[in-house]
Design a protein around this ligand. Structure first.
Ligand code: BGC
Length: 418
């Protein structure tokens, strides 16, 4: 009898506990993101664990697809159904577009209490704020004009990292002679566009700005742009036959295992190398795309907070935003993610050599006025223009247009999308 009572009491106690934990669970965030590769998931865990410590429950809504296009389509469907997630990984102009629709909440209280204005670079605030109000919390700064080279393949090809376009081509030729795929690439529009960012920048920062940010028709259809497309055609000749549709992290894996020589990709690629236990300087080398040294095309992942009404949900959003902006967290997360902190006051001690270079490059470009938003990752122009640019870049990469026609098409497509 006593035994039965004990069990009954145990059951009631368990029920009470679970009611209590449901109470806590009211402070939860549903997070839509596209961090599904090995390196990305490892970085995301740093955030999940940080929030768990504060009693905020994480409801995961992963939507695979680098660059986040699929995630943005899923988001639109959720909002249309009247059920937006609480927090969404978002890039650049997409944040502004959602804010303009009135869909985002307001983070001013936490931003003011924590002094975000003083520590977040202006180039990022430009996207984190709408109409003077904080609507998103930036978790990192990535940049797209990087090349990731397998160290053994580099050594076999002469050992000197290329600094100019001609040296790059010579190295790719040498890697081909050495019997490996010179360039690991995945044929998806956003990946083609990521290389395009770097190639446009290699024609000069002023040119990048005129073409990708000012969308000047005279720069879009210009001799420089024809040269950009000629370079894209040249790069296309170094990818393997199976490149079409390949995910970016599988291209990274080709460089990691020595099947390919290099990948031209944002520094999220470094997360894959680290996850595979590889060490910069020993197993792989990071360089700026030859001809773009001193300039940076950046993109920043931010968590945009959608409008919620429940007080618990608002509190959970504020806790998440505060966690994301914590300097200790920004160091721990970005060390794993491959990116650099979105605040200027985070020490670089914990970062590897590529991370330290990333931080120094960003600061230098910011001071020199050579920090530009990445077109491929939504920081140069709104989605409609970005998608129009993607179409032409991918069509040309796949041989649909010659270089001169592509430059004309680019100007036409941008005009039509504005
Ligand atoms: C995001 C990165 C992400 C990459 C590949 C980029 O747009 O900014 O955080 O790792 O896409 O998925």
């Amino acid at each position: 009898m006593a035994f039965v009572r004990k069990i009954a009491f145990g059951g009631a106690f368990a029920a009470l506990m679970s009611t209590t934990s449901v109470g806590y669970a009211a402070e939860q965030v549903e997070v839509l993101h596209w961090w599904t590769s090995g390196g990305e998931a490892a970085a995301l865990n740093v955030l999940k664990e940080d929030l768990a410590k504060q009693g905020v429950e994480w409801l995961d809504m992963p939507v695979a697809g680098g660059g986040g296009e699929a995630a943005m389509t899923a988001l639109r469907a959720r909002v249309t159904a009247g059920n937006p997630p609480t927090a969404v990984q978002m890039l650049g102009f997409d944040i502004k577009d959602w804010a303009a629709e009135g869909a985002l909440g307001n983070l001013d209280d936490v931003a003011t209490a924590e002094g975000w204005d003083a520590v977040v670079p202006a180039a990022l605030q430009n996207f984190s704020k709408y109409d003077g109000h904080w609507v998103a919390a930036p978790v990192n700064v990535h940049s797209t004009n990087w090349v990731w080279i397998n160290k053994a393949a580099l050594d076999a090809a002469g050992g000197k990292a290329p600094e100019t376009w001609d040296e790059l081509v010579a190295m790719l030729d040498k890697m081909k002679e050495n019997g490996i795929t010179p360039l690991a690439h995945g044929g998806q529009p956003w990946q083609d566009a990521t290389i395009f960012d770097a190639v446009v920048l290699s024609m000069g920062g002023d040119f990048y700005k005129k073409a990708m940010i000012d969308l000047d028709p005279a720069a879009l259809d210009s001799p420089e742009m024809v040269e950009v497309f000629n370079r894209m055609t040249k790069l296309r000749s170094y990818v393997d036959d199976n490149f079409s549709g390949r995910d970016w992290n599988l291209a990274s894996a080709m460089v990691i295992n020595g099947e390919a020589g290099m990948q031209m990709m944002g520094d999220w690629a470094k997360g894959e190398f680290l996850k595979a236990g590889k060490v910069p300087g020993t197993d792989f080398v990071c360089i700026r795309f030859p001809g773009t040294q001193g300039s940076v095309t950046f993109n920043s992942d931010q968590f945009a907070m959608f409008n919620v009404t429940a007080e618990e949900a608002k509190a959970a959003q504020a806790k998440m935003a505060s966690s994301v902006m914590n300097p200790t967290f920004q160091s721990a997360f970005n060390v794993v993610k491959g990116s650099v902190p979105a605040r200027t006051d985070v020490p670089n001690d914990a970062f590897d050599d590529c991370g330290k270079k990333g931080m120094a490059d960003l600061a230098e470009a910011n001071t020199a006025g050579t920090l530009y938003g990445s077109m491929a990752h939504g920081h140069a122009a709104p989605a409609a223009v970005k998608n129009a640019l993607y179409d032409v870049v991918t069509a040309q990469f796949n041989g649909e247009y010659d270089a001169a026609t592509a430059a004309k098409e680019l100007a036409t497509a941008v005009a039509g999308a504005q």
